[in-house]
Each structure stands twice: as structure tokens, then as C-alpha cells.
Design a protein around this ligand. Structure first.
Ligand code: ADP
Length: 166
């Protein structure tokens, strides 16, 4: 069975991300959820923390593995034997952005496909940045983040806990 990767920042992983991972896992033998660190962006959670938080969400999905990958995506494809990547689409803005990314990446990763999965309509407004904003203000994030991570996100963003060294 084929291998797919689901790359993203996942800072933090939302219920929308989990829904895409769950659905993508049914389409392949193994799904690698790849946390891609972005050194240019200040993130709320370290890549290692994000890996652990995602692992806690996908425990019931035996063919899903979670890793952090810092290099070129093409190297990750080669190492995992993946045939392509999965990306979620929330609306017209994602379509535009994701298509441009996918077409650009073809220059560096010819031969790898991108599978687009439309998000659940009721999750179309959910993003990691919304979660961070609501959590910082002390709002209710229980419908935005998988239950297992709600307390962790609140502690980091509302209570002002410092990122841990991994
Ligand atoms: P990136 O910074 O790489 O865009 P994100 O963590 O924001 O990473 O998102 C990773 C992937 O998940 C992207 O394909 C994005 O479109 C998708 N995604 C984000 N939010 C949702 C959602 N609410 N429902 C479905 N897919 C989503």
C-alpha cells in the first residue's frame, strides 16, 4: 500500500487537521504527519512539542506516524517512500495558495503528487492562528483543538507558560 505525507506547521494541531489526517489515513498504507519547522516564524510550540501533541491525537490511527522534518520535502519523500502529499482545502484562498505551492514544488519534486482533501464545512473557519488568538485571550478552544490537547494549549498561550526545551 502506498505512503502519503501530510506536511504542515500544525502550531497547534486543530480538529480540522485531525479530520484531514483521519480521512487521508484511509487512503494509504501509511500516513506520515510531518511537522515542518519554520525558522522565520516565531511559533507557540516547538516542533518536538507539536509532534508529541499530534501523537496524542492519532493514537487510534495505527497507520499514522508523526515526525518532524527540517530539510527539503523531496528528501522526506525519498526517505519515507511516499508517493505524494495531502493538503486540506478550506476555501478559495486555500485553493489559490495550495495550487501555486503544488505547481511550484513540481519543479523540485517532479513525480510526486499532491492530493487535496476538502475540509468539513463546519471546520472551514478553523485555523491554528485562530486557536492561538482565542487561547491567548482566554476564550473557549474546546471546539477547535482535539480534547487531549486543550489544557496544554491553554497553559501555553493563556497562562503564559514558557516553551519547554526539547
Ligand atoms: P501550513 O503552514 O503548511 O499551511 P497549517 O498547519 O496551517 O500548515 O496547515 C496544514 C494543512 O492543513 C494545509 O493543507 C491546510 O490547508 C490544512 N488545514 C488547515 N486548517 C484546516 C481545517 N480547519 N480543515 C482542514 N484542513 C485544514
Amino acid at each position: 500500500m502506498s505512503v502519503l505525507i501530510y506536511p504542515g506547521s500544525f502550531d497547534p494541531f486543530t480538529v480540522g487537521h485531525l479530520d484531514i489526517a483521519r480521512r487521508a489515513s484511509r487512503l494509504c498504507g501509511t500516513l506520515y504527519v510531518a511537522v515542518l519547522p519554520n525558522p522565520d516564524k516565531q511559533s507557540a510550540f516547538t516542533p518536538e512539542e507539536r509532534v508529541r501533541m499530534i501523537e496524542a491525537c492519532v493514537q487510534d490511527l495505527p497507520n499514522v506516524r508523526v515526525e518532524c522534518h527540517g530539510g527539503l520535502l523531496a528528501d522526506y519523500y525519498r526517505r519515507t517512500g511516499a508517493v505524494g502529499a495531502v493538503r486540506g482545502l478550506r476555501g478559495a484562498r486555500d485553493v489559490q495558495y495550495e495550487l501555486e505551492q503544488a505547481m511550484g514544488n513540481r519543479l523540485f519534486e517532479p513525480g510526486y503528487e499532491v492530493l487535496f482533501i476538502p475540509c468539513r464545512p463546519d471546520y472551514s473557519w478553523i485555523s491554528s492562528s485562530l486557536v492561538r488568538e482565542v487561547a491567548r485571550l482566554g476564550g473557549d478552544i474546546s471546539n477547535l483543538v482535539p480534547a487531549v490537547n486543550v489544557r496544554r494549549v491553554r497553559e501555553r498561550l493563556f497562562a503564559g507558560e514558557q516553551p519547554s526545551e526539547d
